[in-house]
Write a protein that binds this ligand. Structure first.
Ligand SMILES: Cc1cc2nc3c(=O)[nH]c(=O)nc-3n(C[C@H](O)[C@H](O)[C@H](O)COP(=O)(O)OP(=O)(O)OC[C@H]3O[C@@H](n4cnc5c(N)ncnc54)[C@H](O)[C@@H]3O)c2cc1C
Length: 437
């Protein structure tokens, strides 16, 4: 039977890997010693390695798989300037001053990554396209307006405007939402090319990237520093950074109890006519909606197709089945795509935390930076850099995300057994919200 939603070339690898194939590095021998061992070769690990290596530290990045195997080359490429939380709930939980401090870190992360791309001339299709956050219900529209007021009132840098439903088609040609919030000054990249560009700079700074070498243990060494044990031998490191986010294993059990791995899924459509794309997304903005379990759509960096993201954390069987359901979601946003075919559907793992905040700090002498809750492109790059500054002993003032209480839950040891119930709850709340309007 011909399954005609799939293009002949359909793949379950990331679309990004077409233009940015995963490099196959020669299996280098592990050095006996180094100043800094970074575990993980995504944005966090590479950004930390770049700052540390340029600061004169002998730095080794150790990656379990091919370089950039994790979420950094699987994400949607949105370069935002917010945390997972909306501002009002953040204020309710932490107070206005602390909420502004936390939110301003996300703004600083955004500026850091944009400056880095420009300064390093990383060719990764960065565009300042703006983001349209569609209100799934009229109430959500009102919440956005109140949230925007609160953000402005508390001095968080934002350039944004409310777009009523009657005007939303100038941003996106859909009846899927009830107006929304247009945030200017946020962008999008090709995440695969961004990761490759970072890695090239890291290697040019004389840091080593050692692939296909899972780290199995990190322990204090008797003579000082740490013994990093891998499947291919050990390295003695003065400092260690865990930059493993959602892909962490049992190699540091304390982190495992604090990070909730959540699978996310994306599809890419076949190339579509330029005029049709221009009509569907006239503003060229990245789009997300306001459900708990969001739908997201963007143009590919070369403006030839759509990339769509949704049904996060839900096990729908294999990736072909997932692709069908994501495509249904895309068609609900753009009914004119009823006949569209897909070329790719892939997954990746995000690292969530119980307080929905990223965390950096030091535990038993080991540095960590992780838990970006789906916003790690800017935050991972920034917190990797900040952690390296701390390791270099540079007094940079730190961030609001350093050394915060990092919560876990009783009976949580790294397998998120509660996720199906939690996602079921979020989906039910989304349905109730849509019903209430
Ligand atoms: C589908 C999807 C869409 C997303 N969309 C966006 C978006 O649009 N914008 C945004 O800002 N964020 C987005 N995110 C989140 C973002 O991709 C991540 O927060 C970010 O990539 C985290 O980077 P990282 O370097 O910390 O971790 P990762 O890129 O996940 O890298 C961790 C690496 O550690 C390695 N590793 C793990 N354990 C070991 C070990 N024991 N030994 C050696 N290596 C190990 C893994 O193999 C992996 O390569 C998305 C995520 C997903 C999955």
């Amino acid at each position: 039977m011909v399954d005609d939603i799939f293009a002949e070339s359909f793949k379950t690898d990331p679309y990004w890997w077409e233009a940015a194939p995963r490099p196959k590095l020669d299996p280098e021998p592990l050095p006996k010693t180094c100043d800094l061992a970074v575990v993980g070769s995504g944005f966090t690990g590479l950004s930390a390695a770049l700052t540390a290596a340029r600061g004169g530290r002998d730095t080794v990045v150790i990656e379990a798989e091919d370089p950039g195997y994790g979420a950094s080359t699987r994400n949607a490429g949105y370069v935002g300037r917010t945390l997972w939380h909306k501002f009002e709930p953040l204020m309710k939980k932490h107070g206005a001053k602390e909420a502004a401090r936390l939110q301003n870190d996300a703004v600083a992360a955004h500026h850091y990554v944009v400056d880095l791309i420009e300064k390093e001339q990383i060719e990764c299709g960065f565009v300042y396209c703006g983001r349209f956050i569609g209100a799934s219900t009229p109430r959500h529209y009102d919440h956005f307006a109140t949230d925007l007021e609160a953000i402005r009132e508390h001095g968080v840098e934002i350039e944004a405007e409310m777009i009523p439903k009657a005007e939303q088609k100038r941003e996106i040609d859909t009846d899927f939402c009830h107006g929304g919030l247009l945030i200017h000054g946020v962008g999008a990249v090709h995440p695969g090319l961004y990761q490759l560009g970072l890695m090239e700079r890291v290697r040019n700074a004389d840091a080593r990237v050692i692939a296909n070498t899972p780290v199995t243990n990190v322990a204090r060494a008797s003579g000082g520093g740490f013994t990093v044990t891998t499947a291919r031998g050990t390295v003695q490191a003065r400092d260690v950074l865990m930059a493993t986010n959602g892909y962490r294993g049992a190699e540091m059990g304390w982190l495992q109890r604090r990070i909730v791995p959540v699978k996310a899924y994306i599809i890419a459509t076949e190339p579509l006519p330029a005029q049709q794309l221009k009509r569907m997304m006239p503003g060229g903005r990245t789009f997300i909606d306001s459900r708990n379990n969001i739908w997201a759509v963007r143009l590919s960096p070369d403006n030839t197709r759509l990339i769509c993201f949704g049904r996060t954390g839900i096990n729908d069987g294999d990736l072909r089945n997932k692709a069908r359901l994501l495509r249904d979601g895309l068609v609900a946003i753009f009914p004119e795509l009823a006949d569209v075919k897909l070329t790719h559907c892939w997954d990746g793992t995000m690292g969530f935390t119980f307080d929905k905040l990223p965390h950096t700090g030091v535990r038993d002498g080991i540095h960590y930076a992780l838990g970006y809750c789906g916003a790690g492109l800017p935050l991972g790059t920034y917190l990797g850099h900040k952690t390296a500054q701390r390791i270099l002993g540079e007094d940079d003032g730190g961030t609001a995300l350093d050394e915060r209480n990092f919560p876990t839950r009783p009976l949580y040891f790294g397998t998120p057994w509660f996720l199906p119930a939690m996602m079921g709850y979020y989906n039910m709340r989304d349905r109730i919200d849509l019903w209430r309007g």
